[in-house]
Design a binder for this molecule. Structure first.
Ligand SMILES: C[S@@+](CC[C@H](N)C(=O)[O-])C[C@H]1O[C@@H](n2cnc3c(N)ncnc32)[C@H](O)[C@@H]1O
Length: 793
């Protein structure tokens, strides 16, 4: 894309960059005309859309080569590697509708099934046997392997049935005698032991249960004074209620998750990944996901060779649609990207997402016999085009032209494009920037449940704390979900079941109140200026939520320093606070950054707030300045820049502990020394101290000193309780860490009580989906329960 960008003449670049949404029709038209006359543009389009030049084509030779590498690893008993090679072989193997490559594909499935059988992945292995049989019904080896896996699962009657089919289909006498022997031995086992096995049903292909269906909660779209439209409840909403459940209009995997997560449901891919039958790009967890994403993909790779590189003006693109009918009413979002061309793998995810939305309009239009055109009214979402930088505007316009050409290449000249299609496409790209939601998964950052409950581990072995991290796996547009505004202190929590968005109330919401989620930044986690900066950079708005409008404890203390006077809890900030007569505080961060915050009612704000910033609340009829380095309680002074420098230095010394996997105990005293220094400088409720305590707790866990780990983990929780409200999920995650420490110490009663506290918070956020989202919880609950039972008996 850089090549195209640098080819745009300065004058046109300026017109595009300085133009507003109102100028879009004119600027896109000019840019399109320029590219249309540029040979480089047609060369780039050929590179993106010509299957002959594509890197994602199926390649039988490559598949055979990879299968051979898999076989070699299998013979050396390197089963993990063999599995990887067989999966890659399946990725590249073409499956022609005429059946030419059927034998190759079924042989690779069976080899992968044998490998997974060796690795103890029985369900996965059975699924591959079924896939081989589906491709090649009378493939004896597939039936044989299925029988052997069923025998391992002690499903003896199924195993006998499978081996009988294998025997019937086997052509060679050596093969027949092998199967007969196995059959005999299985019949014997069946007689001696009986049937004890598990069902071989494919849970992967089962429908996703949405346990706990939405209660009858009605949310309505409202108009707000300073946030545009928003959502509000028509009734009181109890805590932990399901407020909203929605499937995306379109979604796309993040580049970083392409090789690890299913491209349709976005769950982690299993060992028996399924590939697109037509190209080498997407991976799926099941055939069901593959079919939903790709639809009934034609395997004829020459079907899309119809590159139309001679479009001249936008007007000339206005041709009546009689596009190929899609085979089903369900939109298959990968279908129009497939067929050997690799543009969808190369363009940025949000541009490909725009393509998926466009393709949906096109196919729906075709399905209902309407002329197809795109317009922003189709997707009535905010875009903030005018606020974007000139570079963003130019880049997005170029991408819109490229995407339009890619889509036209797929849908052909039968498609109708109106003159303003391109400008509407540009707006769609900007709507995606503001409204798309990141689909996340909670990833355990350590060894999982076994390690959490590893009681009595010696110092030399060490153990882990149960820590989780959110991983962004996909990006999606939820049409109704996009109407929920942001709050830095949200009252609903968003999570995902596969690709379904679920919103749950985390507190009581009074009828008529706004229902707001967090787009990322939250009070207690980020300081006000950082939240504002993040929201401006990522969503192009300046936050008007209640936490950004009123002075609150966490913003006062999280980055502050402590008062040099003993027993004074006053916060010392790096910013200037100007108190006005009208009960407002202006917080100046230097330059033009000033935040006007109203003062909370001190009787409701709590004692902490008063102890931390008494000067700000007193003297209501006077103007007042509190300068950087000045205590907000007693007005004592410190050298704030030197305190900041020392505190950063000590905090980064402590942070070094995170990088060490096998911790040398000798590093801990130095970190404790730094913690001591940090405590002399930072306010006791500051974020830096909470993080330092948490890092040191984890280090003690690694070093096997659980008592010290408990002490520091509890210290961290105490600070978090000041920064967040008591039922915030950040506290639950820290409590879960403490549970694992208490279990290691054998403090069963403590572990059970702490787990109950964490669970009460987590159930507000995830309700009955708690264990589905946080996979380790089940094992931890069992450990806590069994440990408590032992303690009682
Ligand atoms: C996903 S949309 C939400 C729906 C939007 N208000 C509408 O009218 O369509 C995000 C946009 O809503 C507005 N918005 C959401 N939360 C806001 C907040 N806390 N403060 C100010 N504007 C907000 C901003 O314009 C933001 O770019």
């Amino acid at each position: 894309m850089e090549r195209l960008k640098s080819a745009v003449p300065a004058e046109l670049r300026r017109a595009v960059g300085e133009g507003t949404a109102a100028d879009l029709a004119a600027t896109t038209s000019r840019l399109f005309a320029f590219f249309d006359s540029l040979p480089l543009f047609h060369q780039v389009m050929r590179e993106l859309t010509d299957p002959e030049l594509a890197l994602c084509r199926k390649d039988k030779g490559r598949a055979v080569e990879l299968k051979g590498q898999g076989n070699a690893c299998f013979s050396r008993r390197e089963f993990g590697e063999a599995l990887r090679f067989y999966s890659q072989a399946l990725r590249h193997a073409p499956i022609n509708s005429d059946g030419i490559n059927v034998n190759l594909v079924s042989a690779i499935y069976v080899n992968r099934a044998s490998t997974m059988h060796k690795l103890g992945l029985f369900k996965e292995s059975l699924r591959d046997c079924d896939r081989a049989i589906a491709v090649s019904h009378n493939y004896s080896k597939a039936w044989y392997r299925k029988g052997m896996v069923n025998a391992s699962l002690k499903n003896y009657s199924s195993a006998v049935r499978d081996l009988e089919v294998a025997l019937h289909e086997e052509m060679t006498s050596l093969g027949k005698s092998n199967i007969e022997q196995e059959l005999k031995s299985i019949l014997q086992k069946q007689e001696n032991i009986g049937e004890v096995g598990t069902s071989s049903c494919d849970s992967m292909d089962a429908d996703l249960p949405l346990a706990g269906q939405p209660q009858k909660i009605i949310i309505e779209s409202i108009s707000t004074p300073n946030k545009g439209r928003g959502m509000a409840s028509t009734d009181d909403i109890p805590p932990a209620s399901l407020v909203h459940v929605e499937d995306p209009m379109a979604a796309i995997i993040m580049k970083s998750s392409r090789e690890t997560h299913c491209h349709f449901c976005f769950d982690e891919a299993p060992a028996d990944i399924v590939f697109c039958p037509s190209c080498t790009i997407p991976i799926y967890c099941s055939k069901r996901c593959q079919e939903q994403a790709g639809g009934d993909i034609s395997c004829n790779q020459d079907a899309h060779l119809e590159y139309n590189g001679h479009a001249t003006t936008l007007a000339k693109l206005s041709i009546t649609s009689s596009c190929k009918s899609p085979s089903s009413k369900v939109f298959a979002e990968h279908r129009h990207e497939c067929g050997g061309a690799h543009w969808a793998a190369v363009l940025p995810a949000d541009i490909v997402l725009a393509g998926r939305i466009m393709a949906q309009y096109i196919e729906k239009g075709v399905l209902y016999g309407k002329n197809v055109s795109i317009s922003s009214t189709n997707l009535d979402l905010v875009h903030h085009y005018d606020q974007h930088s000139p570079a963003n505007k130019l880049e997005s316009q170029i991408y819109a032209i490229v995407l339009l050409s890619c889509l036209q290449n797929h849908y052909g000249s039968e498609l109708l494009w109106t003159e303003d299609s391109l400008s509407q496409l540009v707006l769609l790209i900007f709507q995606i920037k503001v409204n798309s939601i990141a689909i996340v998964r909670m990833k355990s950052m350590d060894g999982g449940p076994e390690l959490i409950v590893n009681r009595g581990v010696s110092a030399a072995e060490g153990t882990n704390m149960c820590s989780v991290e959110q991983v962004r796996v996909a990006q999606a547009i939820y049409v109704s979900g996009s109407l929920f505004n942001h709050s830095c202190r949200p009252n609903v929590h968003a999570y995902f079941l596969s690709r379904t968005l679920v919103l749950r109330s985390t507190e009581f919401i009074k009828s008529g109140s706004p229902v707001e989620l967090s787009y990322g930044p939250q009070a207690g986690e980020m300081h006000l200026p950082d939240r504002q900066k993040t929201l401006l950079e990522n969503y192009y708005f300046s936050c008007q939520c209640s936490s950004c409008a009123e002075l609150n404890l966490s913003d006062l203390v999280m980055n502050s320093f402590c008062c040099p006077q003993r027993n004074c809890l006053g916060a010392i900030s790096e910013s200037t606070y100007y108190r006005s007569k009208e009960n407002f505080v202006n917080v100046s961060l230097g330059g033009s950054y000033v935040y006007k915050l109203s003062l909370p009612d001190i009787s409701k704000a709590g004692k902490d707030m008063e102890k931390v910033a008494r000067s700000v609340f007193g003297n209501s009829d006077a103007h007042l300045n509190i300068d950087p380095g000045c205590c907000m309680n007693c007005r004592s002074q410190i050298d704030v820049s030197s305190a900041a420098a020392t505190s950063h230095r000590e905090a980064s010394k402590i942070d070094r502990l995170k990088e060490i996997t096998l911790l040398d105990k000798s590093l801990i005293p130095e970190a404790l020394q730094s913690l001591k220094q940090l405590k002399k400088l930072r306010h006791p409720y500051s974020k830096a101290l909470a993080q330092a305590e948490d890092t040191i707790a984890e280090a003690f866990v690694k070093a096997g000193d659980q008592e010290q780990a408990q002490k520091h983990c509890e210290a961290s929780i105490q600070i978090l309780e000041k920064l967040y409200h008591p039922k915030h999920i950040a506290i639950a995650h820290e409590l879960i860490k403490l549970v694992s420490v208490l279990l290691s110490l054998g403090d069963m009663a403590g572990a059970a009580a702490t787990f109950a506290r964490a669970e009460a918070i987590l159930s507000l956020y995830y309700g009955s989906h708690m264990e589905k989202i946080l996979a380790y919880l089940g094992a931890l609950r069992r450990a806590v329960t069994s440990e408590s039972t032992v303690a009682c008996s």
